[in-house]
Write a protein that binds this ligand. Structure first.
Ligand SMILES: Nc1ncnc2c1ncn2[C@@H]1O[C@H](COP(=O)(O)OP(=O)(O)OP(=O)(O)O)[C@@H](O)[C@H]1O
Ligand SMILES: [Mg+2]
Length: 239
């Protein structure tokens, strides 16, 4: 049971009459990548907010490494190893790359924060750009910096909201390679919200599909891709 590093159980978030999430279950095993797809407004960003504690649940619970963290706030969950990136980049344009990763690392743990930042930058191939200000980086490098910031403090779980958005095919593949390497080298588990089907089906161990706040399919990539309900949901949304 607690082979799972993350478990979301029966998670619901209702905004008045809008059921942004309605009875969602998700798990992550150690080192696993779970792709999460679904049409616009399906609840993908909301489930990340729910799991990180940024949104109060209407119903359900969240467990991290077996521990029930449902009543804990986002900072406490981050300290317990639950990290995320946002749909929009959270990079500070004017600040040097190394400085902002070090600040992030320091806020997690002042001790060893320089080494922590260094390891994170190295993992994302950003050491060569460490002394540049972030806004001088290419967009692909900025998205890697987002990931480097999420990696400080050695999280066990990464929740990524469209980390490839706006990247070229080549840059997306490069980022996908980094993610794959992370799961094996750092033993991180990843929930990857992503619109690019080739990326999702290419690197995910398992895939979950949302529609209107519910899970309509979940399992191995090939089975999910072949699921008639998935095809219907996507044809319906005419992406
Ligand atoms: N603060 C809010 N108040 C009311 N409704 C909200 C709020 N936040 C989100 N919603 C609704 O919740 C639903 C899920 O939104 P969410 O942003 O999670 O979708 P998504 O799957 O991430 O979409 P996208 O692919 O466009 O990023 C939508 O119907 C949205 O309008
Ligand atoms: Mg979203």
């Amino acid at each position: 049971m607690s082979d799972y590093v993350l478990q979301a159980e029966d998670v619901a978030i209702h905004y008045g009459g809008v059921k942004a999430l309605d009875g969602v279950a998700l798990t992550l095993e150690r080192g696993q990548i779970r792709g999460l797809i679904g049409p616009n407004g399906a609840g993908k960003s909301t489930v990340i907010d729910a799991i990180t504690g940024r949104r109060r649940l209407t119903r359900g619970r969240v467990r991290l490494g077996g521990e029930d963290v449902t009543t804990l706030g986002p900072v406490e969950r981050r300290r317990r190893g639950l990290s995320r990136s946002f749909q929009r980049t959270s990079v500070f344009g004017q600040m040097r790359v190394r400085r902002q990763v070090e600040l992030a690392a320091h806020s997690m743990n002042p001790e060893g924060s320089e080494a922590d930042a260094e390891a994170s930058l190295r993992e994302l191939d950003l050491l060569a750009r460490a002394d540049d200000v972030a806004e001088d980086l290419g967009y692909g490098e900025q998205r890697r910096l987002d990931l480097a910031l999420a990696l400080v403090g050695r999280p066990t779980v990464l929740l990524l909201d469209e980390p490839m958005a706006g990247l070229s095919v080549k840059e997306s593949l490069d980022l996908a390679q980094h993610l794959k390497a992370l799961t094996s080298r750092w033993n991180v588990s990843v929930l990857l919200v992503e619109h690019d089907m080739d990326v999702v089906f290419g690197i995910s161990d398992v895939v979950t599909v949302f529609e209107l706040g519910r899970v309509i399919a979940s399992g191995e990539p090939a089975a999910v891709r072949a699921d008639p309900r998935v095809r219907e949901a996507y044809l319906g949304s005419a992406a």
